[in-house]
Design a protein around this ligand. Structure first.
Ligand SMILES: Cc1cc2nc3c(=O)[nH]c(=O)nc-3n(C[C@H](O)[C@H](O)[C@H](O)COP(=O)(O)OP(=O)(O)OC[C@H]3O[C@@H](n4cnc5c(N)ncnc54)[C@H](O)[C@@H]3O)c2cc1C
Length: 366
């Protein structure tokens, strides 16, 4: 029996595993996916395209870190990962609802934010080297959690059939809404506890991110920052995502259209996004070396139906319902359960740290 089983190997679960390992606590980290990192994933250039120096990867999930976030700044420093400023020199490209373009506005709302060299995936890669591999189990989708005398039993679906893992305590480093959606509890949780989980939206779960990689950040030569706003779409908000050394140029945009509309378009959506980039940034934008489209709303390990319908705002109003479930044997630790930086990578680290402190306190008192 493990002392702690952590469900969810996003950055929150991985950070908690790292802290428990340093403390010598017998833990197991499981995830339904075949990879670590959860919402953090970055993509290299496709095979066949000339690799760039430094092997930059483009973020399909989170991109930014802010200087006022103590944990992520400290963690990247400790892991030897460099942060660099979001490019913010030049004007915005603004497209109104009639398609008219204005390139005279000076606005840089992401000014001061930082990007991660090599993509945010570098944080996951570095953290994974700190974890003992035999404690990490991928392809384990938790289906149910049952309370026992000495702890909990966790039933998982795996490639080799159903498996049960036993632990004294369980930390759910999975967004609460997904827990309510996919995991059964025996005995049943109180209705207000289940409702509280459903009420906590998963940050950015309904979003879709389009990235186009170019040989150079050509827009910079035209006095443009790469920041764009459009009231037509499909891209509603566009940003410069180029590597710091300019070995390539990249623009990424959030698709502003609702999930059902964009998913019905299939590959046509990519053609429409490129056509929009050409209108906004000029003819060079029509010829990327590579494009990628990551629709998080179509990922059942991130989004539920409820996440497709509303814009997620971080909120922690329902969190108190999730305290002390089964006398504290069940705990939560995803970014959504953080009090200060709810929904963000910093929040995921904050939640991991809180779960760690609570586990240590529990150990001392029992
Ligand atoms: C498009 C996008 C842009 C974003 N931009 C930013 C940004 O710029 N800056 C920022 O700070 N944050 C941003 N975020 C938010 C950031 O990605 C999250 O805060 C962070 O990655 C959450 O980490 P986590 O470990 O809490 O959760 P997750 O990364 O979601 O990890 C949860 C894990 O649980 C697993 N899981 C789910 N169900 C089960 C189950 N039944 N059994 C086993 N495992 C399960 C999943 O596979 C997943 O690996 C963005 C998110 C998205 C999607």
């Amino acid at each position: 029996m493990y002392e702690v089983v952590i469900v969810g190997a996003g950055i929150s679960g991985m950070r908690l595993a790292h802290l428990l390992q340093q403390r010598g606590i017998h833990y197991c980290l499981i995830d339904a996916r075949l990879r670590l990192g959860g919402r953090i994933v970055s993509q290299s250039m496709a095979e066949g395209a000339q690799p760039e120096s430094g092997h930059h990867r483009y973020d399909l999930g989170p991109s930014w870190v802010w200087p006022n976030q103590p944990r992520i700044n400290q963690l990247t420093r400790q892991l030897g990962i460099k942060l660099y400023p979001q490019y913010d020199q030049g004007t915005l490209v603004y497209q109104d609802q009639f398609g008219s373009i204005d390139t005279t506005i000076d606005a840089a709302p992401m000014s001061g934010s930082l990007r991660v060299q090599g993509g945010q995936q570098s944080i996951i890669d570095h953290l994974s080297t700190k974890l003992e591999t035999e404690r990490v189990r991928l392809n384990h989708a938790v289906r149910s959690i049952t309370q026992g005398k000495a702890g909990v039993s966790v039933k998982c679906a795996t490639a080799c059939g159903a498996k049960t893992i036993y632990a004294q305590r369980i930390v759910l480093a999975v967004p609460p809404r997904l827990v309510a959606n996919a995991i059964s509890f025996f005995p049943k949780l109180k209705p207000e506890q289940t409702q509280a989980m459903c009420d906590i939206p998963t940050w950015m779960a309904g979003q879709s991110k389009f990235t186009a990689v170019y040989s150079k950040p050509f827009w910079r030569n035209h006095g443009l920052s790469g920041y764009g706003v459009s009231h037509i779409g499909p891209l509603s908000e566009i940003h410069d995502a180029s590597p710091e050394n300019e070995s390539r140029g990249a623009l990424f945009g959030f698709i502003g259209w609702p999930a059902q509309q964009r998913q019905a378009l299939g590959k046509e959506l990519i053609a429409q996004a490129l056509s929009q980039l050409r209108q906004m940034f000029g003819p060079e934008a029509a010829h990327p070396l590579q494009v990628s489209l990551q629709d998080w709303a179509a990922d059942p390990l991130t989004a539920t139906v409820a996440d497709l319908e509303q814009k997620a705002q971080p909120q922690s109003g329902s969190l108190k319902e999730l305290d002390h479930i089964w006398q504290g044997r069940i705990m939560f630790a995803s970014a959504e359960t953080a009090k200060v930086f709810s929904g963000l990578v910093e929040g995921a680290l904050e939640a991991a740290e809180k779960a760690f402190n609570d586990l240590i306190e529990y150990e001392v008192n029992h």
